[in-house]
Design a protein around this ligand. Structure first.
Ligand code: FEO
Ligand code: CA
Ligand code: CA
Length: 633
């Protein structure tokens, strides 16, 4: 009965058979009812019906053509039978002329690191130069002092701080598919570039020059040094790279002071600071430069084709802990960018450009991200439903309570304190929105909600709608379709494409949705991307203890899903203590570039990728098929 009702509701809501099919096949309403009840403290016994639904047969996928992998706890990157994976570049490999080779002693200087591939590879995009040559632009999210320094961060010097800053940012380098069929990076290509925490950048858009962005070093409020904690990414139809600043707060300190409400909302801390940059670089000391943190937490646009170009921070896209920037063109020509803010109980945003894309004049599109409207999502649902509709709430000065009386003197203040503006307009608090991906052939959009231990424990984080589990350990993927299939429309229908869980440990909603089985289970979906055929690739950044709630899940991994049937297969497994993040394809879809970040974190026993007794190093892998075929097919 429940299933029939759900199907009918879905047809009424969406008038789209594919979308409604998933609403039905993806999730058992029964499991939701259990999860909701558990959240209210009514702990229900295991329900055999939920188990039966979990084991229900799924239609065979036409999109997925590979043999699924088992879980792994080994120190390797494993791909399916018939596939090969080779390292392309690792942290510390030289990319600029004159840069030395990586030396694992941890004694190389800041100058050496500034010419080498940065640490902790994350989001990346490929910009083709020809059929077999391309530029790869890659984020280097953060650095691990245990590995970066021989002293493991215990005796930090001024040059060490410069070295750590040089291990951050973005690396751009040329890659070539050579006669052997494999991709290699080209050291010394004139395109190669390092962008670090000290590269000069321009602040653009409505907040540029605002008093909140002015510092002693930059009274103009329009020039800033560097980008850091660059998490995921985006790419524009006009050929630029977007790098997204995430946990910028962790680099600032102001010992002995009190944080104000704005600083608190953005996670800035007076005394706790693992990077210690403020001891040697005054702009990271908030008691000296209270406005410097306002100059970070933005999306930065980079022209990868011009290594002398000045990166531009785009204040129109709002300031928060950005995950990625999923760019799409609406049919009416406006550029739409979907943006997650990765923090427990923060929000999901959308930017719509003021001007339209001009397909005939590439240069005319260069500043489309300069001006537009920012929105934030409110998800609505009937009690006990795992689908519903929603609205994009406009973050424009003078509307929706965003007035001077409520603390927003002007539009720039709304952009700078976007999180606080989102609260005023009534945005839904989410389970850590990570990557957003837009389907290439229809207008559905997915976002990973990675996990949220606070759900149900804080008043502003109720257990409902797209966040249906208290103390959510496993994460889920929410999916929406804009009204009239128009990305600029203000309303949408949503459902949950998957709810991750462990059906071998739980039999309620924590077992996961019907498309999660003991064969494909995982936790904490994070990276996300569609390929050209519409396969949905899911990369995990979760717990790898392989015990308790995570028993049978092994190391972090990569899954591939068919959005039409809901089927999910495990495509790759990572080495010890890594997360898998960063994904891009060659235009022919026959090579996949995927990042292995922080293998061996917290001194876990990884020696990836070189093996033996070597230091673990974040590495980009290239995956190809032995028969040269399309990845995943
Ligand atoms: Fe850098 Fe939210 O991951
Ligand atoms: Ca992430
Ligand atoms: Ca994550």
């Amino acid at each position: 009965m429940n299933k029939i009702k759900l199907q009918n509701d879905a047809n009424r809501l969406n008038d789209d058979s594919d979308f409604s099919k998933i609403v039905d096949s993806g999730l058992s309403r029964r499991r939701f009812m259990q999860g909701g009840a558990a959240a209210m403290g009514l702990f229900l016994a295991a329900n055999p019906l939920a188990q039966a639904i979990a084991a229900a047969a799924q239609p065979a996928s036409q999109l997925l053509g590979f043999t699924a992998l088992p879980v792994s706890t080994s120190d390797e990157f494993i791909v399916p039978k018939g596939y090969i994976a080779k390292p392309l570049i690792s942290w510390g490999d030289p990319i600029l002329k004159g840069a030395p080779a990586f030396d694992e002693s941890g004694t190389q200087t800041s100058a050496a690191q500034a010419g080498q591939f940065g640490d902790n590879t994350d989001g990346m995009s490929l910009f083709p130069l020809s059929a077999n040559r391309a530029l790869l632009a890659v984020n280097n999210e953060y650095t691990n002092y245990l590995l970066l320094f021989a002293h493991q961060g215990k005796e930090l010097t001024a040059d060490d701080v410069k070295k750590a800053q040089a291990a951050h940012g973005v690396s751009v380098f040329e890659v070539e598919r050579k006669a052997d069929g494999h991709w290699h990076y080209l050291k010394d290509s004139t395109y190669n570039r390092r962008i670090t925490a000290n590269t000069e950048m321009q602040i653009t858009g409505v907040a540029a020059g605002h008093p909140l962005l002015q510092t002693k070093a930059d009274p103009s409020g329009k020039k800033v040094l560097g980008t850091f904690n660059n998490c995921a990414n985006g790419e524009t139809p006009w050929g630029t790279y977007l790098t997204c600043e995430e946990n910028f707060n962790g680099y600032f300190a102001a010992p002995g002071t009190e944080m104000d409400k704005h600083q608190k909302r953005y996670g800035l801390k007076a005394d706790k600071n693992k990077y210690q940059w403020y001891k040697f670089d005054q702009r990271f000391d908030m008691s000296q430069e209270p406005n410097e943190p306002h100059r970070h937490g933005w999306v930065v646009e980079i022209d990868p084709m011009d290594p002398t170009s000045t990166p531009k921070k785009r204040t129109a896209l709002g300031r928060f802990k950005h995950e990625n920037a999923a760019v799409t063109l609406a049919d009416n020509g406006h550029v739409v960018v979907y943006l997650g803010d990765d923090e427990r109980g923060e929000h999901l945003y959308k930017f719509v450009s003021k001007n339209r894309y001009n397909p005939d004049n590439k240069a005319a599109n260069r500043d489309l991200l300069e001006e537009g409207t920012l929105f934030v999502a409110r998800f609505d649902a009937q009690e006990g439903e795992l689908k519903g509709n929603g609205e994009w709430l406009e973050l424009t000065h003078g509307k929706n309570g965003l007035t001077a009386e409520n603390g927003f003197a002007d539009q720039a203040t709304i952009q700078i304190y976007a999180r606080e503006a989102a609260t005023i307009v009534g945005a839904t608090t989410m389970d850590r929105p990570e990557w957003v991906a837009v389907h290439p052939n229809n207008q559905t959009v997915c976002c990973t909600l990675t996990n949220n231990k606070n759900r149900g424990k804080k008043d502003n984080q109720p257990v409902t709608g797209p966040n249906p589990r208290a103390e959510n350990k496993y994460g889920q993927i929410v999916r929406w379709k804009p009204a009239n299939a128009d990305h600029t429309s203000n309303t949408f229908d949503w459902d949950l494409f998957l709810v991750a869980g462990n059906p071998t440990v739980h039999s309620d909603l924590y077992a996961g949705s019907a498309n999660i089985t003991d064969e494909n289970m995982f936790n904490s979906p994070d990276g996300l991307g569609f390929d050209k055929a519409g396969r949905l690739w899911v990369l995990t950044d979760g717990k790898y203890s392989n015990e308790g709630d995570y028993a049978g899940m092994g190391n972090n991994q990569m899954l591939c899903a068919d959005p039409d049937t809901g089927e999910i297969r495990r495509f790759a497994t990572g080495p010890i203590a890594c997360e898998i993040t960063g994904l891009t394809f060659s235009p022919d879809q026959r090579s996949m570039f995927v990042g292995i970040q922080h293998p061996g974190e917290k001194n876990a026993p990884s020696h990836f990728p070189a093996g033996g007794n070597s230091k673990p190093r974040s590495t980009i892998m290239v995956v190809q098929r032995e028969d040269g075929g399309i990845i995943g097919a």
